[in-house]
Design a protein around this ligand. Sequence first.
Ligand SMILES: *[C@@H]1O[C@H](CO)[C@@H](O)[C@H](O)[C@H]1NC(C)=O
Ligand SMILES: *[C@@H]1O[C@H](CO)[C@@H](O)[C@H](O)[C@H]1NC(C)=O
Ligand SMILES: *[C@@H]1O[C@H](CO)[C@@H](O)[C@H](O)[C@H]1NC(C)=O
Ligand SMILES: *[C@@H]1O[C@H](CO)[C@@H](O)[C@H](O)[C@H]1NC(C)=O
Ligand SMILES: *[C@@H]1O[C@H](CO)[C@@H](O)[C@H](O)[C@H]1NC(C)=O
Ligand SMILES: *[C@@H]1O[C@H](CO)[C@@H](O)[C@H](O)[C@H]1NC(C)=O
Length: 800
Amino acid sequence: MATPLILVLLVLSSVLLWTPSFSISDGLRAGSWLSVEAPAEVLTSPDGSFSAGFHPVGQNAYSFAIWFNKPTCSATSCTVVWMANRDQPVNGRSSKLCLLRSGNLVLEDADHIIVWETKTVSATPTQLKLEDGGNLVLRDSEGLVLWQSYDSPTDTLLPLQPFSANSNLISSRSQGNYSSGFYRLYFDTDNVLSLVYKGPEFSSVYWPSPWLLTWEAGRSTYNNTKLAVLDSLGNFSSTDNLTFLSADYGSKISRMLKMDFDGNLRLYSLQEGSEVWVVSWEAFPQPCMVHGCCGPNTICLYTPSFGRKCSCSPGYKQRKPDDWSLGCEPEFLLSCNQTDQLDFLKLRHVEFYGYDFNMYPNVTLEECKQICLQMCDCRGFQFRFIKAHESDGTYCYPKSQLLNGHRPPNFNADFYVKLPKAAVSSYVDTVKYPELHCSNQVEQLQRKYTRTHANESLRFGLWTACAVGGVELITILLVWIFFIRTNDKPSPNAGYLLATTGFRKFTFAELKKATNRFSEELGRGAGGIVYKATLSDGRVAAIKRLIDANKGEAEFLAEVNTIGKLNHMNLIEMWGYCAEGKHRLLVYEYMEHGSLAENLSSKSLDWDKRFDIAMGTARGLAYLHEECLEWVLHCDIKPQNILIDSKYRPKVSDFGLAWLLNRGDVKYSKFSRIRGTRGYMAPEWVFNLPITSKVDVYSYGILLLELVTGKSPAAEIQVSDEGSSKTQRTLVTWVRGQMERALETETWTHEIIDPKLEGIYDEAEMVTMVNVALRCVQEDKDERPKMGEVVEMLFRDGSQ
Ligand SMILES: *[C@@H]1O[C@H](CO)[C@@H](O)[C@H](O)[C@H]1NC(C)=O
Ligand SMILES: *[C@@H]1O[C@H](CO)[C@@H](O)[C@H](O)[C@H]1NC(C)=O
Ligand SMILES: *[C@@H]1O[C@H](CO)[C@@H](O)[C@H](O)[C@H]1NC(C)=O
Ligand SMILES: *[C@@H]1O[C@H](CO)[C@@H](O)[C@H](O)[C@H]1NC(C)=O
Ligand SMILES: *[C@@H]1O[C@H](CO)[C@@H](O)[C@H](O)[C@H]1NC(C)=O
Ligand SMILES: *[C@@H]1O[C@H](CO)[C@@H](O)[C@H](O)[C@H]1NC(C)=O
């Protein structure tokens, strides 16, 4: 009974203990071969950086590949940079790579079928060598190059490897599956370096952005040389005028430009002595802009922790579990002659790109619905209001396909998806935000993609094989679980450290100069004074000089570095810091429109801006709370801490500060003193209850009420209605009271809405905001939603 199991374990362990240790650095000569059954036989480059040999790509499936020797290969994989037969792996028995005396290099499968060959011919003896840059070169005895791997890259371009008119980088199918995927980097016929998605059902070019003219994207179509190269210092330049520098430009380190399976083009760097590839440039900071990323009938959502997340458009279900590239299919049958059975579900701020039947200007929403109903193949329509001098008005775009669905930041249009009436009504309030599993560990933020080293001591005898097999079975299970669990987060950079932002250390002299000796004060609060500054590179910054930061330099640095890594469009960006002697300063981006508090007291915010500020703030907070980093509680949410940029996007500021100023016992929920601002503080503070992320939810709820009513909770509310005149109440009880009293007449919205809006607002959205707000300000913290749920509630309910 136990014998077959032991056999299985033995086989498994021999497969997984695959680690090359014997190598051939003087190359392969004519008439010799490499065998898949001797995995230790590999070609190694003279400097030891690269190896070429058989690499496992699946169960009993091998490809001939070139890989980096650092980071160290693990049981699961190496950093593969090239493959000969990615789409036709060979058998794990008797397959060979042979250099024939005729000069042809052939890869033979077990049954002597040739799966790949160079088709080279040479009269003189040839030699195959792996060179220092990772180039596998076949030369004749005169040294003439007959064939080289640099000419046929797979998905990776190495430094100094020329990328030419005939080159393609084709992504792999998915994480862990090396076969050809759907994304391709190539020189288009107009001489522009482009990215295209070529899926089973449709294809489209998505980089440079299709809605930009070539020159607007900074590209040139004039030079038909079609050549691009990444130099050894990290400068990429192409004849179409595309150039970019690696974030670590200047140092000679290992780098690779990779067409990732998620459709993003990324440059990776490996620091000296490091085991971690770091993203040092990428084509899309917003992964959902990649076309085809989730397949048809899906909406791609950007989530800070996983990069992106696919979900089916309402009314559709996933076609094949674990494979988002196939997208979703309808759960219903649309019948064309029964238009009275059909309705539309509004998806706020969602865009489906392309596949318009036509564009109809100056039609009402109702007319647009009719247009789409009349078209049998219309799946829904984009409806937007464009404010421009010449083309003021509404635009209706009925669509034949729901492709490239996503929610772009600041996209001010809605999508209306066509569904059976019954389906539309069932979509209210049924959407759940994915559950988070909190472990409260600080380490989670710096998830590094570290490869594990095989344990050498376990390898010395056959008798330990069973033990090894057992260990490996667990490893397989873990790897398997990892892959299952990660299926929904196919961003390969999810586990990498992003180094594309220019976070850095400043000297005190530098900042003194930038602020003109701290002359222009922007404001005071939360532990410091904020000054306006102009940095040496011309950027305008806001510099916060901390007064009370009595921390050691090392500790301060560690914490600032962590805060600096928090990166979200609704969080204020930290550009750097200064820690010199007693000085502790933080350098932030500067916000033109000041704080939400200033804007609320003026008339600058119309209803749409208020709703978007509510949504953006919720997203920023959801990001802080997500990742399970409960210690990134803000603890002082109020309009003074929400800053507004030039496009009226909200950015949460001062996060992490509570923690910088006070010793970080925050994560154990034991604050030594009450924080926050009167009016916005959750009851937990007063009653000395455990402090969780729900304190921010409470403050956010108050903020929502303030956005709706224009009334500050800090100022006591003077209610002048009859019956309750001269009583003073809190904002929450005032709103609740108004709602209850006016519920029969349904006029409560008019009673509480900010008079500065002069009656111009979206009533449905306003009702949603008030309902969400009242849920957020529940006395019992467990009754309050999570920030992530708030985002979904605003998004969904706002769509009705
Ligand atoms: C990789 O994906 C292709 C296409 O879906 C599939 O045919 C192949 O079996 C996959 N390979 C592995 C090792 O999963
Ligand atoms: C290429 O870029 C440079 C600098 O951005 C610009 O000066 C030049 O005009 C561009 N060339 C073309 C042909 O667009
Ligand atoms: C095209 O680019 C190549 C390489 O940068 C350069 O040598 C050549 O002069 C360019 N041709 C034109 C017409 O600009
Ligand atoms: C990068 O390379 C391009 C083309 O060779 C060159 O024009 C540019 O100045 C280089 N950039 C830097 C920072 O060296
Ligand atoms: C709608 O059209 C289908 C086929 O075109 C037909 O079978 C069905 O009876 C029609 N239904 C009505 C209500 O006309
Ligand atoms: C829409 O209607 C307005 C007012 O009638 C008009 O000025 C505008 O030109 C129209 N726009 C289009 C694109 O027809």
